[in-house]
Design a protein around this ligand. Sequence first.
Ligand code: AMP
Length: 371
Amino acid sequence: MRIAIAGCGQLARMLALAGWEMGHQFSFIADPGEGTDCVAGLGPVCAWDPNTSIVELYGELGQPDVVTIEKEHVDIDLMEGLAEHCLVAPSPEAIRVCQHRGREKTLLQSLGIMTASFHLVEDAPALIDAVNNVGYPAFVKSCEQGYDGQNQWHLKDSAALDALAQQMPSLPPLVVEGAVHFDRELSLIAARSVSGDIALYPLAENRHREGILLTSEVPAPNVPDSTLEQATQIAHTLLEHWSYIGVLSIELFDEGGKLRVNELAPRVHNSGHWSQDADVTSQFSNHIRAITDCRPGNPTPSGYTGMVNLLGRSADRSLSSADDISLHWYTKSIRSRRKVGHLNVRASERQQLQRRLSEIEAALYPDNEPL
Ligand code: AMP
C-alpha cells in the first residue's frame, strides 16, 4: 500500500523502515522549516503550509491509501481534507483531542479515567485561583505544543506564581495541575486495527531526566493484577471510544497502585522503542499493520528488555557493539538534550537487565551531569 506520514522525524523514519519490510511505499509531509534528515532516502518529502491545495498535496504524496502521523501537532484542517481522499488513521478527531491537554483531560474525565486535578486558565486571575485551588507544588503546562518538559512551569511557592501571572498576557491557554505524588511513571502502548483487533504491550516503567524520557524497563517490575487491570481498562475504553486505528500511547502515574493518566499520544512512543529488539512485533510494525487492516502481531516479550535514550550524545563502540545492545541512530545532528538515538537492551533475567541499564546510563551520563 501507499502510506503517507505527517512529520519527518525519527518516529516517521522507524515507521517507514518497519513498513518497507512489508512492501509498503512511503511519502512524508513536512511543515515549513521542518528538518527531514531522518527520512532522507525513504520516499518523497512534500512541503505543506496552509496555502497549499490539499488536492495537489494528495497528488504529490502519490495518492496514498492511508495517511498517518508521527506527531500530534499536525494541522487538523489538513487531516480532515485528506480524509476526503483516503483513510486517515488515527482519526482527525482523536488527533484533535490529543493535541490539546485541556481537551484530552476533559475527555478522560468524561470517560471516568483518573487524571491529576486540573483547571484550564486563560488569564492571570484564573491562574491564581487555580493554583490556590490545587495547592503547591503546581504544574502549569501550555495546552498545546508542550513536550519533553517544554512550556511547563513547576510552581513551588507564591513568588513563582506571581512571576508567571505577570507573564500571563503573553502566554497561550494553560492547564494547571495539582501535583500527583506518584511512586513511579508507567506507560502502555496499545494498537487497534481497522477491524478492531487489539494488542497491548506490557507496561513499561519509565525514568525521566530534566523532563525527558531517559530509560524504560519492560515489563515494569512489581505490577499487581489490579494495576494491570486498570491499565487494560483505560486502554480499551479509549480505543473503543474513538474506534481508534493505529498505536495509542498512554503515559500513567502509579500512585500507590492507583493509575492516573498523565498524557496520551496518538502515535508510536519513545517508551515503546524497546519492542524493536525483543522478539515481538514492534510498535512500528504493529502501527503499520493496524492502519493497513492486518491483525496486530505478538506484543509480549518472553524475556526482559529496556531502552536508554541517547540525549545530546552518541554511544561509544564498547556500548554499540555489545552483544546485548542494539543501537538505533536517527541520523540527526547532535545538540544538547536532543534525542539523537537510543540503545535497546535485552536480558534473560530482571536483575541482569537492571544492572545493564544502570551501567549504560552511568557510561553515557557520568556524574549525573546536566544534559
Ligand atoms: P509531561 O510533559 O506532562 O509528560 O510532564 C513531564 C514530567 O513532569 C512528567 O513525566 C512527570 O515526571 C512530571 N509531571 C508532570 N505533571 C505532573 C503532575 N501533575 N504531578 C507530578 N509530576 C508531574
